[in-house]
Design a protein around this ligand. Structure first.
Ligand SMILES: Cc1ncc(COP(=O)(O)O)c(C=O)c1O
Length: 467
């Protein structure tokens, strides 16, 4: 081992994400900016990992956290409920809309814990209605639902799963519509191939021979594919299939929820009927939120559960057989509740609405579309304030860069040098190759800040091409 590497390996007592690179030490945040210990300023163009939606350093949130911790820091959910849990759950149900009227919220410390909770809830519901054979969870090949073993088993992100495969239970993974690289030579914006992909869900359910408990999906694909929006009619058809087959629908809105796409939740984009009257409405049985829920001010996740499931368990066994010491932690809930209040007061979801002129989302899209002239930028896509930029070695053939080139990571490094934070990912094409960036800034970003960021991004891409 070379001595430089040894130095990097041993310089920290923190088990970091990588021993092969340096990390700046972040000490302060305000608005769209983060400062490191050397005084360097970074524009947070990816909301860290699509986490921060309201901006950094909002005093209302720290005040709410301080007020809660001064009153009551913690109680265990086996012994007490708390006013903040009760009030905030009501508010979140109202925020989630009609589909969750009469439902309940289960609070956790983040996305993966929430996914585990959702999977177990789905299984328990099936058992309680006498469908004891149903335990399989169908998911999609290019997806990410978390890093715990249960969540990994239903994720399709090859790189993040491969090593742990012997430890996870494997269920069926179906294809995912990805219009930039559509497998079908379509001319109708993927409407028909969307239906074919939905047919894969139907076939996968049939192949389980009555053992399918739930189907889990990201309504807009997050980090794995880079903000891929499904074609019209696809999710509506999937929802219909699941309903008819008695398979629960779990919407993973860890990344897309809480306003990020310009609606309260991304499924709200698909509530419009594309098929026929009274059919095809995307109404998940369970919806999972995290990231933007607390905007990163405290570890928080929420599993929002519909009335059907809650009533079944309440009138059946009467107990959900699951729990974490820190679920419904009062400090995290204080953060989340204050974030919800703040984003509503500041009308931040409107700022993320691609269809509203003059707001951040259409401006961001317009500026990012401006880098499509670069020979290595193959696609700019997404919705609201969740956009993806896909890189290609050859624009005409859409050939990706060789994975060992680490092209997206190199763009990310060049950007960080310039004081711009983006979220680079690899694997969009087949789980290994395919480089893209996720762009997901806080909704308080201004037109000037977007313009500056895109100039830096262009220069960073050009630098990565040269090196
Ligand atoms: C769609 C999706 N689901 C689940 C998770 C896991 O969330 P967490 O990292 O908070 O455990 C993530 C994290 O990136 C995600 O993007």
């Amino acid at each position: 081992m070379n001595s430089n590497l040894t130095t990097v390996l041993r310089e920290s007592a923190v088990l970091r994400r990588s021993f092969r690179r340096e990390f700046a030490s972040a000490v302060r945040g305000e608005g769209v900016y983060i400062w490191d210990s050397e005084g360097k300023r970074y524009l947070d163009f990816s909301g860290s990992a699509a986490v921060n939606f309201i901006g950094h350093g909002v005093p209302e949130i720290s005040a709410a956290i301080a007020e809660q911790v001064a009153k009551l820091e913690f109680v265990h959910t086996s012994q007490f409920t708390t006013p903040i849990a009760e009030e905030y759950a009501e508010e979140l149900l109202a925020f989630a809309g009609e589909n969750f009227r009469g439902g309940c919220v289960y609070f956790t410390c983040g996305g993966s814990e929430s996914i585990e909770t959702a999977l177990k809830l789905a299984r328990q519901y099936q058992v309680e209605i006498g469908e004891t054979k149903r335990f399989q969870i169908i998911s999609r090949q290019q997806s990410y639902h978390g890093s715990t073993l249960g969540a990994l088993s239903v994720s399709g992100n090859r790189k993040r799963r491969e090593m742990y495969l012997p430890m996870v239970k494997e269920f069926a993974h179906v294809g995912i519509p990805y219009c930039y690289r559509c497998a079908f030579d379509c001319t109708d914006s993927c409407f028909n191939c969307g239906q074919q992909y939905a047919g894969e869900v139907e076939a996968a359910i049939a192949a389980t021979d009555g053992q399918a408990a739930a189907f889990i999906f990201e309504p807009v694909s997050g980090a794995t594919l880079g903000a891929v929006v499904p074609p019209p009619g696809y999710l509506e058809r999937v929802a219909e299939i699941c309903l008819v087959q008695g398979v629960l629908l779990i919407a993973d809105e860890v990344m897309t929820g809480m306003g990020r796409t310009g609606r309260n939740f991304a499924v709200d984009h698909f509530a419009v009927n594309h098929l026929a009257v009274d059919r095809g409405k995307v109404a998940p049985d369970i919806l999972v939120a995290a990231k933007g829920l607390s905007s990163g001010y405290a570890p928080l996740g929420a599993v929002i559960v519909n009335k059907k499931i809650v009533d079944t368990i309440a009138s059946g066994s009467g107990a959900f057989l699951h729990g974490f010491t820190y679920n419904a932690h009062p400090i995290s809930l204080a953060a989340g509740r204050a974030v919800l209040k703040y984003m509503q007061a500041k009308d931040l979801i409107a700022a993320a609405d691609s269809q509203r002129d003059g707001t951040a989302a259409p401006k961001l899209r317009r500026y990012l579309d401006g880098i499509l002239d670069l020979p290595v930028v193959g696609d700019v896509r997404g919705i609201g304030l969740l956009l993806g930029v896909e890189f290609v070695a050859d624009k005409k053939s859409k050939k990706p860069f060789a994975p060992e080139k680490n092209f997206a990571a190199r763009v990310g490094q060049a950007a960080a040098k310039r004081g711009l934070m983006v979220y680079p990912m690899q694997g969009s094409v087949d789980g290994i190759s395919g480089d893209h960036l996720l762009i997901a800034p806080p909704a308080v970003i201004t037109a000037e800040q977007i313009a500056w960021a895109v100039v830096q991004l262009r220069a960073s891409i050009e630098e990565a091409v040269k090196n």
